[in-house]
Ligand binder design. Structure first.
Ligand code: DGJ
Length: 607
């Protein structure tokens, strides 16, 4: 519920167990007052004389700016803590001060332009829009705050509009910033590596910057767009925690900084280190959405809140609430060495065992006999699949199984017909040889002709037979970043534009195939984030299928993401990655804490 005290310009967001309070100080500054356990009072004037928000009239301005708690802090006017917004005016000044203009109550939850975001109906969600402005810089900022019935989460985002007559640059646009008093907080993060995603790690919050970020173009396996501040006594069911998750799949930053007065500022948003966005007069830019969850009943309540929010207000798939088909994927069964007969053999045996879908992984197209070639050539390899997809899918369907397929649409191998025809479509700097990873380059899908090609390949493939599932893979980070489609002074927009182009492609694929079950993947869990969950109800959690190691990886995932979203399979033993042998039961039990499926040569194991 959202309550507005019109007289004092104080705003209160209530969820079942939490309250978030902020308001206007000295008629212009939007300051943060409180976030924590639910406050029942409706008169919140007792929060106003708080030592941290003294009246500006009694002090020099900079003393105030240096210590007040701000809802959306800016660069250049005396707040020296990490900012939510940095504006560079056409004259080069990097100074912006946001003052309150007005507020608006909105029933429901507005969509965010071109970005995945939580959704809600008029009956189960409420939104507060606060407009701030800097007349001198010619900037208006609209802050959105939403709450959802029965869920202890608050979502926030910001839209920046150029209201001036000159162009300006946004060097930093955070989705949320939050000032809190330190409670000997620890910072909880979910970093890792390929095959070791989402390790739950704690470190004390000290002075200086502490946080995580990605510069890889994807949210990444190395860091994750989630941080939490936890009190020292935290357990599953006791202690306090503030969790922050970003609904975004590209370069992000999430950090906390302890200040001179023992305040902690948290911010989360697009990574400013790789970002600079031009706004011409009247143009605007929407930030991704951040989710904030407070629990004073330990990590468990935070977990359940994120799960509820994502199941009810983020994941849109028709499969969300239905039992997912138990699938068998041929990757660890055959790698690149398969043909129609082999796949049919697997399907025949799988059908007898109650498995419901065969997924054909990498290697079915072009000259793809190994991982050194052919990405981009999405034409069936008839040497492997005699009779093409139509025959294979029909025979699999005749055995009573659904059929799913693997693609990696954003990529191109130098050894491919696509690259030979359009070498310039790969992301690269003119005159510099781009670095390869897994012998592949990334396509510049921000360019319309490249986007159209990738989209048409997916559409043609999915439309060519009864294909009910797509595993959308992405197996390398971005490097040598430069877009032939952008002028020199707009190259700083590239990483964000890449993510927007990706989102648009997944949206259009789902529009064209509304019943499709989409599973995202990026060398395992390299892009397993809430942005991707908006498009796919499940994400392949890790290339590490060892049941014992999976316990840790899946625990990290289920800290914030619903079990129904965790792609988990029973694989062969000794495990191909670790060499460990675990009982079949153990492998089954672990995979059941996810979407459940198999990834082994079922024709080679006993009944
Ligand atoms: C990486 C994925 O995570 C694997 O499951 C598999 O699909 C390979 N790519 C195929 O190249």
């Amino acid at each position: 519920m959202i309550t507005v005290d019109e007289k004092n310009l104080t705003f209160k967001l209530d969820t079942p167990n939490t309250s978030y309070v902020f308001g206007v100080i000295d008629g212009k500054y939007l300051c943060h007052f409180y976030y924590g356990a639910k406050v029942s009072d409706t008169d919140l004037s007792f929060l106003l004389p708080d030592i941290r928000v003294p009246s500006l009239n009694k002090r020099d301005k900079l003393a105030f700016m240096d210590l007040a708690y701000f809802e959306y802090p800016t660069v250049g006017v005396g707040d020296y803590r990490p900012a939510a917004l940095e504006i560079e005016s056409d004259n080069g000044a990097r100074v912006c001060e946001l003052n309150y203009v007005n507020h608006k109550f909105i029933h429901g939850k507005p969509e965010l332009k071109d970005l995945p975001a939580t959704f809600g109906a008029d009956t189960d969600s409420e939104t507060l829009e606060i407009t701030l402005e800097d007349k001198c810089a010619g900037v208006k900022v609209k802050l959105l705050y939403s709450v959802f019935e029965g869920i202890d989460a608050i979502t926030r985002s910001a839209e920046v509009v150029n209201t001036g007559s000159e162009r300006l640059y946004i060097n930093n646009i955070m989705s949320t910033a939050l000032d809190l008093r330190n409670e000997s907080f620890n910072l909880l993060t979910l970093g890792g590596s390929w095959g070791r995603e989402k390790n739950i790690e704690y470190r004390p919050v000290g002075r200086g910057f502490q946080g995580v970020s990605s510069e890889r173009g994807i949210s990444s396996a190395q860091e994750h767009p989630f941080i939490a501040l936890t009190t020292p006594e935290i357990t599953e069911d006791a202690g306090r925690v503030y969790g922050f998750n970003l609904i975004y799949s590209g370069n992000f930053e999430a950090m906390a900084k302890l200040d001179q007065f023992d305040g902690v500022r948290v911010r989360i948003g697009i990574n400013p280190a790789t970002f600079r966005y031009e706004l011409k007069p009247s143009e605007s830019l929407q930030s991704p959405e951040a989710v904030m969850v407070y629990s004073d009943a330990g990590l468990g309540r935070m977990t359940r809140t994120f799960h509820d929010l994502y199941r009810k207000h983020l994941i849109r798939s028709p499969y969300l609430h239905s039992k997912r088909p138990i699938l068998i994927n041929n990757w660890e069964a055959t790698y690149f060495n398969f043909n129609t007969d082999k796949l049919i053999d697997i399907a025949r045996q799988a059908a007898k065992s109650g498995i419901e879908m065969l997924v054909m992984d990498d290697g079915w197209f072009g000259n793809r006999f190994d991982d050194n070639r052919a990405l981009g050539d999405w034409k069936v390899n008839e040497e492997k699949l005699q009779g093409g997809l139509a025959r294979l899918v029909k025979e699999v369907n005749d055995l009573g199984l659904k059929f799913g397929i693997w693609m990696e649409p954003e990529m191109v191998c130098p050894d491919s017909d696509l690259y030979r025809a359009h070498p310039d479509w790969a992301i690269q700097v003119p005159g510099r040889e781009p670095g390869l990873a897994r012998t592949q380059l990334v396509l510049d899908i921000t360019r319309p002709e490249v986007w159209d090609y990738c989209f048409s390949c997916i559409k043609e493939t999915l439309g060519s037979a009864n294909i009910e599932y797509l595993k959308w893979d992405m197996n390398r980070p971005l490097a040598d970043v430069y877009s032939a489609g952008l002028p020199a002074d707009r190259q700083g927009e590239f990483f964000h534009r890449y993510v927007l182009a990706l989102y648009r492609m997944q949206e259009e694929v789902l529009k064209a195939f509304p019943k499709l079950l989409l599973e995202n993947c990026s060398s395992g869990g390299g892009r397993y984030d809430p942005g991707m969950l908006y498009y796919s109800p499940q994400v392949w959690a890790s290339d590490d299928t060892d049941a014992v190691e999976r316990l840790k990886i899946q625990e990290g995932n289920m800290l914030i993401y619903p079990l129904s979203s965790i792609g988990a399979h029973v694989s062969d033993c000794p495990n191909h990655g670790t060499g460990r042998t675990t009982p079949f039961d153990t492998r089954g039990d672990v995979a059941l804490f996810g979407t459940f499926g198999y990834e082994l040569d079922i024709t080679g194991i006993s009944d």
